[in-house]
Design a protein around this ligand. Structure first.
Ligand code: 3H9
Length: 724
């Protein structure tokens, strides 16, 4: 499915003559992806220009926001779920590189993947200063398949090629110029600069230089051997789960040891292998899931969005300050209000401290930081709140306090202003009921640190209007975050699922595992952190409060975890007190196993009559992850999330679930819902009702269905309900 089918080949590439230079312009919104129609149109246009006697040189440019941003993701998806053979880009690349007339790429925007590969097949590259260039394929679990692994080392050398390919991070035009990837930074009009560059090349009278024939940057075997060995070692240590990372090093090695044609064939074989791999399917799923999450089914496309240019925040604590930074980073002016001068000053001091760290680490310059801080206006009153487009409440998590704040905001905010609460647990409808405009009230659940974490749960109350939800989604995107819409049910999506997962890990230690073993097993599975380390970081006091708010274990017959409450009562809140499930040396965040905790666990288990046994890592992973999946199925069934893929986006971006496994629901599909269901039935028999299989999971298992198909069916139903 290609959501942006290109029009006819005649309209995606147009040619005009600028004197003796043919300017080919690609126009295939939104990002000029190199789909089959564009490839054919471009090949024809290049061949025509090459044989046009009035053209002596060719410029390749793009309309819209960017030069070609890559191969077409939809085509890649088909290949990933098929035989792995992606589109054959070689006919196009060959036509460009073999053109007897010089071809100059005119680059702007994000020149990524197949886009950069196309640019490297050109003879010269000009770029505007703001251009970013990269081969991000590794983020999709693949390697470039349009000869890019063979051309990049020839242009920039082995070391830089390995670095760009393995990190997947784009580089700035100035860096690309230094590295030899770009020939000139264009001042002023890009196409005019590219045409001028082409004429200079003609005047020099040189044969168009073919990257595939260059050998001046690839270095000697003696120089390359240690570089390749070091890269393999890094890959083994840091990306053992990613076949694409190993394949990158192999492809670069082919580039520097084999003739271009053989290297190209090697790349094609390696590329197909990676496209077929499980991580590729998972990472493509996450890419598409993040874009799907940004869409509101049932909301017509032309919905009028309230512009968000002026934001006000109530509460300058950790969350309020972090949200202010997220806004300031995105160029949005923000008023940050707190009740006392001390609280306000402490909040601003934390903001400045965080920015200082970015300057010290070289991530931001002090000028940029000064601009950002200047966007935040600290204040004790509500000056300017009446003009705000969005007001975000970020006060202490207390219903009474939040109600008071909303009653006040209702008085000062202009009509149409979006009123958001940053609650992580409280009922949005109860908060909205304090206002005369519940349709304007929405939850914006930021994750800490709010200026860093990509996830934003957007909580839709009973009466929140579709316009407000769409505005919140657009705001998330503006902040560079991924917004996911959740229904107003206790715990929303993320925390609702996290608690059964967390409790299961606590039961596992009572039965015989240690916190350290559980965390090792979970990080071995790919979680960014183990559950106990997470609990210590977030604070056992916070978990205790949320547990109470969510009303867990109100049934005395239910098995409840016994150790966390005792640690909480002992004041062991985690990192903030230097002790929790682990110990922490002063100033360190490294968890150290604590014999006192192990003794407490053993004693508690014995007193409760729990038979201790040795627990395997496999059982830990299975029980923890299946608890997450079973609850995920419930969240989906009762409309807590709109799509299974939304749950995946939440877990990958907010809870450290490995993206290369695609998120819990995608992972469940890959394991097999029948397998998971049958195991849950066994766990139910052994451990009681907390393991009752979710009815939706049982139904899908019985029908041989998957969450992915379910999402597809729901999307089709929504499309039928709301004709575009
Ligand atoms: C590759 O090139 C492999 C090759 O080696 C060859 C192999 C044989 N295709 O992200 P946004 C859509 S691998 C089709 O919201 P932004 C996207 O779905 C590829 N569609 O915008 C969305 O559609 P909708 C290497 C694409 O401004 C719309 O464009 N390239 C593609 O925040 C806007 O996207 C990459 O990995 C695509 N390739 O960011 C780059 N890309 O409006 C992937 C985007 O219906 N793309 N769309 O939701 C990106 O990183 C960002 O989209 C980009 C723009 C930075 C370009």
């Amino acid at each position: 499915m290609n959501p942006h089918p290109s029009t006819s080949p005649g309209t995606v590439v147009t040619t005009r003559l600028d004197g003796d230079v043919a300017v080919l312009r690609i126009d295939s919104p939104p990002v000029n992806a190199l789909d089959a129609v564009l490839r054919e149109a471009l090949r024809t246009a290049v061949t025509d220009a090459a044989s046009n006697p009035r053209a002596r040189a060719i410029v390749l440019a793009c309309a819209g926001r960017t030069f070609v941003a890559g191969a077409d993701i939809a085509e890649l998806e088909r290949a990933a779920w098929g035989d792995g053979e992606g589109p054959d880009m070689s006919p196009l690349m060959t036509a460009v590189e073999r053109s007897p007339k010089p071809v100059v790429a005119a680059l702007h925007g994000t020149v990524l993947g197949g886009g950069l590969e196309l640019a490297m097949a050109c003879h010269y590259r000009t770029a505007v200063e703001s251009t970013r260039l990269g081969l991000p394929e590794i983020n999709l679990g693949i390697i470039p398949g349009a000869e890019g692994t063979q051309r990049l080392p020839r242009l920039v050398g082995v070391e830089k090629a390995l670095d760009m390919g393995l990190s997947g991070k784009p580089i700035a035009a100035s860096d690309a110029l230094r590295a030899g990837l770009v020939d000139r930074i264009a001042d002023g009009d890009l196409e005019a600069a590219a045409v001028a560059f082409a004429r200079e090349a003609l005047e020099r009278g040189e044969a168009p230089p073919r990257t595939s024939e260059r050998a001046d940057r690839i270095g000697t075997p003696q120089e390359n051997a240690p570089r390749l060995a070091a890269a393999r070692e890094t890959v083994r240590k840091t990306k053992p789960h990613l076949p694409a990372a190993r394949a990158w090093v192999d492809a670069v090695e082919a580039a520097v040891t084999l003739p271009f044609e053989e290297g190209r064939r090697r790349e094609r074989a390696l590329s197909a292998e990676t496209v077929r791999s499980e991580p590729c399917k998972a990472l493509l799923h996450v890419f598409l899931a993040e874009r799907a999450a940004a869409k509101s089914p049932g909301t017509p496309k032309e919905i009028a969005l309230a512009p968000v240019e002026r934001v006000a925040i109530v509460g300058a604590g950790t969350m309020g300050g972090g949200i202010a930074m997220a806004c300031a980073n995105a160029g949005i002016a923000v008023r940050l209000r707190d009740a006392t001068p001390e609280a306000l000053e402490a909040g601003m001091a934390a903001v400045r401290r965080n920015y200082d760290v970015s300057v010290k680490r070289g991530r931001l310059t002090s000028e940029v930081v000064a601009e950002r801080i200047a966007r935040v206006t600290p204040q004790l009153d509500e000056a300017g709140f009446g003009e705000a487009d969005l007001i975000i409440e970020a006060v202490f998590e207390s219903m009474e306090l939040k109600r008071r704040v909303f009653a006040e905001l209702d008085r000062v905010a202009r009509p149409g202003c979006v009123l958001a609460t940053n609650t992580s647990t409280l009922d949005i409808d109860a908060i909205a009921a304090e206002t005369s405009r519940p349709e304007s009230v929405v939850g914006l659940h930021f994750f800490s640190p709010a200026n860093v974490m990509r996830l934003l749960e957007i909580v839709q109350g009973e009466r929140t209007s579709p316009e407000v939800v769409a505005t919140a989604l657009a705001f998330a995107k503006r902040l560079g975050k991924v917004g996911v819409v959740a229904r107003n049910l206790p715990g929303f999506i993320g925390n609702r699922m996290m608690f059964p997962y967390m409790y299961e890990t606590q039961f596992l230690v009572e039965e015989g595992a240690t916190p350290e073993q559980v965390d090792r097993a979970l990080t071995g599975f790919g979680m960014a952190m183990g559950m106990f380390a997470v609990d210590d970081m977030a604070g056992l006091d916070v978990a205790a409060r949320v547990k109470q708010e969510l009303g867990h274990f109100s049934d005395p017959a239910e098995r409840r975890p016994l150790v966390a409450d005792q640690l909480h009562a002992m004041g062991r809140y985690g990192q903030k007190t230097g002790r929790g499930w682990y110990r922490y040396e002063a100033g360190s965040r490294t968890p150290v196993p604590d014999p006192e905790v192990l003794a407490l666990i053993e004693r508690t288990a014995t007193e409760a009559g729990i038979a201790r046994r040795s627990v395997t890592d496999a059982e830990i992973v299975e029980r923890a992850i299946y608890a997450l999946i079973n609850e995920g199925a419930r969240v989906l069934a009762d409309g807590g999330a709109r799509r299974a893929s939304d749950i995946d986006v939440v877990y990958v971006n907010g809870y450290g679930f490995p993206a290369w496994r695609g998120g819990p629901m995608f992972h469940a599909d890959r394991v097999g819902l029948r397998t998971i269901h049958d195991r849950i039935v066994e766990l139910h028999a052994t451990h009681g009702d907390r393991w009752a299989p979710a009815p939706l999971l049982a139904k899908l298992a019985e029908d041989g269905g998957t969450f992915r198909e379910l999402d597809g069916r729901r999307a089709e139903d929504a499309a039928v309900a709301v004709p575009a």
